[in-house]
Design a binder for this molecule. Sequence first.
Ligand SMILES: [Fe+2]
Ligand SMILES: [Fe+2]
Length: 181
Amino acid sequence: MAPVNLSQPGGGGGGGGRNRSVQERMLRCHDKIRLFLDVAQRVVQREGDEQQCRDGAYDVARYFRESFADHTADENLSVFPRLAGLAEPALAFADRAIAEHVRDELLVSELVTLCDQLALAEADPARVRLAAVLAELTPRLLDHLAFEEEFLFPLFAQLAPAEEAAMSQEMFDRRDARRGP
Ligand SMILES: [Fe+2]
Ligand SMILES: [Fe+2]
């Protein structure tokens, strides 16, 4: 399994640098989510040697604990509240996406716990459980990402530039706060 380079573009303030639009950065986050779901699947299938699988599990746990959590917070706290103020059906779309975040919370948390375990040592029970978690979570998340991309992200075009700038600043502040001084 090839190592994942977390310093690639997309790991920063909502998926990329400050010169990118919020929508571009959100799309980059979605690409990363798809990438790390794939890495998790390769950990389940024991692609590569034991060290590569442990490294892959470490990368998946770190990604979902940090960047995925930031992305979800961006949407819940900075993005969807602004989109929800646009003409209907924006509010209904935002409500659906937030409900899906809540629905998936427990499985994402279990994914992180299992990958933390598999980063420390190969263990069949954890790997078998991870397979079951991914079988449930992966199609849900892929459908969620596609829904946001088709119905929510195009609404960014209707926001005033000042709203987009405020949203963008909140996303960078969120990451700075997590990383600390
Ligand atoms: Fe989302
Ligand atoms: Fe998203």
